[in-house]
Design a protein around this ligand. Structure first.
Ligand SMILES: Cc1cc2nc3c(=O)[nH]c(=O)nc-3n(C[C@H](O)[C@H](O)[C@H](O)COP(=O)(O)OP(=O)(O)OC[C@H]3O[C@@H](n4cnc5c(N)ncnc54)[C@H](O)[C@@H]3O)c2cc1C
Length: 421
């Protein structure tokens, strides 16, 4: 962090004319959602993103597939984005959980819970496209892309920003900086906010696969001795595969022919859906659990992966980040309506206190799931089997887990309740 904001103002022409109210650093899935939520509420907004939106090259909008919880669908609907996304989505009618080679399975069904779908499966690229189209049409947003945040200088009433864009350095000032810049957050690093990090020694391989039999809208979660895997229902009978593998096995699995890789999936998943007749392009991601030691600092808030990066086994990362964005938007819009400073301590404390429970619960649940199902010892395996059988027989437990899986547990922001901001 630099010592003085004025050091960064290199030339008057390069400095924005007025101070922004909110600067969002990172235009990924979560940061762009926050910008959409804040637009139209009288706030002066800006965004800094290293990738040009027009080329849709952002790593946040790649070929991964997102299992979108019902609460997240409501938030996107409240932002007027769901109609553009819906045509690319596949409803999840049932979730089926099993442990390879052990007794016991557990299921959650939309019909039992009295809802049409437990969630929807959507390619991240389609959510990104809807967000990018909306950002391009927002009159109250200054979009700095491609641009990189280089320094921040937090003062009493404003934050000075040093930004590198178009081959030159420029300065800007804002009342609040939102770090939405992902797992390797520059905002977090510049402010010296520590991060707790667990390495799983695992990577995820994703690919679209076509099984022999129809998935009938079932999302499969399967735990195996080499790590969890998910097969999520997609259009045209395809499934989105998320296969967790040990880091040591990653290269050899990525190098397999499609036919041999299909056999690996069949061995891990079994033949519930028949043979895997086609396997699409494979991509891999290293997996770790990161948790920022604080979500807020004076005039700074962290959201999405910058605050917490989760193992994708439970499909919760974006859903949790979107609830961060919806909650922060609500707190900031309330402050704006009351004529309060969006970067004030009171506003940021409200945000951090509201998000604490959901973040701890969701991160703890996801991490606990990975650890419990990675434990090969017999007592743990028996406990898992018994737990799943008991769970399958207990409607109240299912109701509770369904509400969590649907992103409807705890105190929800207005957008997740289907209300407008
Ligand atoms: C294989 C896989 C499957 C997944 N499946 C699911 C799922 O089913 N359901 C679910 O809810 N979640 C899922 N997730 C998690 C989800 O993808 C992430 O939680 C989500 O993408 C986080 O979005 P974000 O905007 O917080 O961060 P990111 O997507 O990392 O975006 C960060 C943005 O910040 C920008 N940036 C980086 N550095 C800077 C800088 N210095 N200055 C300015 N900008 C910067 C980046 O270019 C990027 O646009 C999955 C993840 C993986 C890896």
């Amino acid at each position: 962090m630099s010592q003085s904001g004025s050091d960064m103002m290199h030339s008057p022409a390069a400095v924005s004319q007025a101070m922004d109210d909110v600067t969002i650093v990172g235009g990924g899935l979560v940061g762009a959602s926050l910008a959409c939520a804040l637009s139209g509420h009288g706030l002066r907004l800006s965004m800094v993103e290293p990738f040009p939106f027009a080329t849709h090259s952002s790593p946040s909008y790649d070929d991964r597939t997102i299992a979108l919880a019902e609460g997240s669908r409501r938030i996107l609907a409240g932002l007027g984005l769901w109609s553009a996304i819906a045509e690319h989505s596949t409803p999840i009618k049932r979730i089926h959980v099993s442990d390879r080679g052990r007794f016991g399975t557990a299921t959650l069904s939309a019909a039992d819970q009295g809802v049409e779908a437990l969630g929807h499966v959507v390619p991240a690229r389609c959510i990104g496209q809807a967000l990018a189209d909306r950002l391009a049409a927002m009159p109250d947003l200054i979009l700095r892309a491609p641009a990189v945040l280089e320094d921040v200088d937090v003062g009493e009433t404003e934050v000075g920003l040093s930004i590198h864009s178009d081959g030159r350095d420029m300065g800007a000032a804002t009342r609040l900086v939102v770090g939405a810049d992902g797992a390797h957050s520059q905002v977090r690093a510049l402010l010296g906010i520590g991060v707790r990090r667990w390495e799983y020694g695992q990577s995820a391989i994703i690919a679209n696969v076509s099984p022999e039999r129809d998935h009938h809208g079932v999302a499969y979660e399967r735990f195996t001795d080499t790590g969890p895997m998910a097969l999520l229902p997609m259009s045209g009978g395809r499934c989105a595969l998320v296969l967790t593998v040990r880091d040591a096995d990653l290269d050899s699995l990525m190098e397999l022919s499609d036919a041999d890789f299909a056999r690996v999936i069949e061995r891990r998943f079994g033949r519930r859906l028949g043979r895997m007749v086609q396997v699409g392009e494979r991509l891999s991601y290293p997996l770790a659990y990161w948790r920022a030691q604080a979500d807020v600092r004076p005039r700074v808030a962290l959201i999405g992966n910058a605050a917490h990066t989760l193992h994708p086994v439970a499909g919760q990362g974006f859903n949790l980040g979107l609830r961060d964005a919806a909650t922060l938007a609500e707190v900031l819009v309330d402050a704006a309506r009351a004529g309060n400073d969006p970067g004030s301590d009171a506003v940021l404390r409200r945000y951090a206190a509201w998000r604490r429970w959901d973040q701890r619960r969701t991160a703890g649940f996801t991490d606990g799931l990975v650890r419990l199902f990675s434990n090969p010892l017999a007592p743990a395996a028996w406990a898992r089997g018994l737990g799943m059988v008991a769970f399958d027989l207990l409607p109240p437990a299912k109701g509770l887990l369904s509400r969590s899986a649907m992103g409807l547990a705890g105190r929800l922001p207005r957008l997740a309740r289907g209300l407008s901001l």
